[in-house]
Design a protein around this ligand. Structure first.
Ligand code: ZN
Ligand code: ZN
Length: 127
């Protein structure tokens, strides 16, 4: 009759608190079954060995470092994924974006190399 005997099961739909910006992130998001990063700052946590398994003991902060555009032969427009690097163990992971990820944050990440070129753009000449 009471809820007290219900097992405390943690699963994907339960949500989490972002360890970077402290946002309360709900578990459900359009476009993803395994929400694993914060929709506001795009940071994640190293909890998976393979997406969704929650098997990694690391639990380090995963920093978004780049956008991957996945090419799909059947679709003209590529799907975006965020490349995360773990601050603790340096693992690199790719995670699909979710429907409510901040478009500003995604664009800022995608444009980072353009905004900070490692070489002078003025010198560009077609060869
Ligand atoms: Zn966050
Ligand atoms: Zn890690």
């Amino acid at each position: 009759m009471s809820d007290s005997n219900r097992p405390q099961r943690r699963h994907e739909a339960q949500g989490f608190t972002c360890i970077h910006c402290k946002l309360q992130v709900p578990g459900q998001a359009w476009g993803t079954k395994h929400r694993n990063h914060c929709p506001a700052c795009l940071h994640s946590r190293h909890v998976d060995d393979t997406p969704g398994d929650r098997a990694s003991p690391c639990k380090g902060l995963m920093i978004p470092i780049a956008i991957e555009v996945r090419s799909d032969a059947d679709h003209a427009s590529g799907e975006w994924a965020i490349i995360h690097r773990c601050e603790s163990c340096a693992a690199i992971k790719a995670n699909r974006i979710a429907g409510d990820d901040s478009e500003r944050a995604l664009l800022a990440l995608a444009l980072r190399p353009i905004a900070r070129p490692a070489f002078p753009l003025d010198d560009f000449r077609p060869t």
